[in-house]
Write a protein that binds this ligand. Structure first.
Ligand code: ZN
Ligand code: ZN
Length: 275
């Protein structure tokens, strides 16, 4: 039994693929060894080259070593590219990408819009790329739109008019991809896309957990009166990491943004820049 071509492209078959890659290498080395050591091997080989069994017998008769044993590694079959578990995982990851992108965007907006108080200082014009989140979401959109355009061309769907890169455009691309995902994942070209979706999900999740610049919120804590202490939590609440004061968005707007004066905004901005 040779290497199967109908195995799932997912990570669960990595051991299978690696075992067969190693076998391919060993087999080539074996063939080369036979050719190097037997004078008439080339002739015997060419006569039976396509028939693995006959070839082995022929080589045996010439007193050559047996070929390496084929791997016994188990595999998960995919029909025709991915198994059902991997298809579900890709679909789930695509959904998470949408959720994570929306969450990250709300943080990025919180730093640029009126809510942050930053607008008072009109920094936006001079800083076209205000956060790594904006850059990442922009890159994400570009890539998703590319996949959508590719699939539209392949499936004979009408091309979508050019859209500006905003949240709505991203949602439209994601909706299109979700709607056609079953078909897409039957295409051999979806191997790259599937892994890419997983990588994107991991990347956004990491960003959502660890980006200190974006997760910080400007302003003075209404309780302990310190600046540079407010953070956005995963649940969307704003928390003071000094005194532990927890605010929902409404309270943040009222007690922090509403209570801010220009000096505070400048001070908090300064502190953020220094951090
Ligand atoms: Zn799979
Ligand atoms: Zn506080």
């Amino acid at each position: 039994m040779g290497r199967r071509t109908d195995v799932c492209a997912g990570p669960e078959n990595r051991p299978y693929r690696e075992a067969w890659d190693a076998w391919d290498t060993a087999y080539e080395a074996w063939l080369q060894h036979c050719l190097d050591t037997a004078e008439n091997a080339a002739e015997a080989l060419s006569a039976v080259y396509e028939d693995e069994e006959a070839r082995t017998t022929a080589f045996d008769a010439l007193g050559l070593p047996q070929p390496p044993a084929t791997p016994a590694e188990a595999c998960v079959l995919g029909a025709p590219v991915w198994c059902s578990r991997c298809r579900a995982r890709i679909r789930g990851a695509l959904g998470s990408i949408g959720d994570l992108a929306a969450l990250l965007e709300s943080w990025a907006d919180g730093h640029r819009g009126a809510a942050s108080g930053e607008q008072i200082l009109s920094r936006r014009a001079s800083t076209p790329s205000p956060s790594p989140i904006t850059d990442t979401l922009d890159e994400l959109y570009g890539r998703l739109a590319e996949v959508e355009a590719g699939w539209r061309a392949h499936a004979g769907h009408q091309t979508r008019p050019r859209r500006s890169r905003n949240a709505e455009a991203r949602e439209l691309v994601l909706a299109y991809l979700q709607a056609h995902l079953d078909e897409m994942l039957k295409h051999p070209g979806s191997v790259t896309f599937g892994y890419e979706v997983w990588v994107w999900e991991r990347r956004l999740r990491t960003l959502a957990k660890s980006d200190p610049v974006v997760r910080k919120r400007p302003g003075r804590c209404p309780r302990c009166r310190l600046v540079n202490v407010l953070r956005t939590r995963d649940d969307g609440h704003t928390e003071c990491c000094d005194c532990g004061r927890l605010m929902n968005e409404e309270e943040y707007q009222r007690d922090v943004v509403g209570g801010a004066d220009t000096a505070v905004v400048a001070e908090s901005k300064e502190a953020r820049r220094a951090s």
